[in-house]
Write a new protein. Sequence first.
Length: 290
Amino acid sequence: MKFYGQSEEAATRILDAFRSGRLPEALAPVFIRRADNVPCRAWSWSNQILTALAGTSDARGFRQWLDAGRAVRKGAKAFYILGPITVKREERDPDTGETRERFAVVGFKSIPVFRLEDTDVVDEERWAAANKSEADSQRFIDGLPLVEVARSWGVNVETYNGAGASMLGYYSAGGRSIALGVKNLSTWAHELTHAADDRCIAGGLKRGQRADQEIVAELGGAVLLECLGRRDDADVGGAWRYIDSYANRDGVAPITYCERLLKRVCEAVALILDTAAELTAAPAPVVTAA
């Protein structure tokens, strides 16, 4: 890969900073706070993950799509989220003796929903009114460095309400989507490196937050931003803390883990940079016979 050497040089600088202990303060996360009417923004975090795994940022029930001016295509397949089953119960206050009602969750049921990509507009005016706030989110996504690389791989990039969520970002193993809950470029670079690593290693990534996969993504994201000249956004101090937390789970010194995974990190970063270079290269001139 043409950019392997550049990636290795940037990685070496970061590892030297790790060894020296002279690390900047970690960047504070800037949460994305979506203020739109898309129903799945208010779903539980687990249901939002199910939506991301389905490769979409907007999923609704059949009637909800009609209310928004869109219709589910004939033959489209639903995916399922979980909805609570509640029952009304009476409780007696032991202090006052008063009886009051409350709702208790006794289980969960499957609810079929459909992806935006499996619907068509049937009422343009109603859809435009329901979709006004998507513009700000789309501008943020379109302005991400190297977003065209993710799109060229068929990876859907979307945002979600990050405040209160258990993750700052998410990449679905299998390469269908990246979802961002913060505006920090270090999180974007982390998830994009996941996507590249998924393509570089035999068999792709395994599901779950595995130490090797998370360390490759975190170190690789910092290396990628270093290569792009975005050193402040690389959040080297935050990367060290993140890597240290995963390395400690396996009982391995964090710098040892980084060195062990260095080749894999550089291959993932090089794939991103090489793909970007290919996408921006001018097409070869067409030669015609005289």
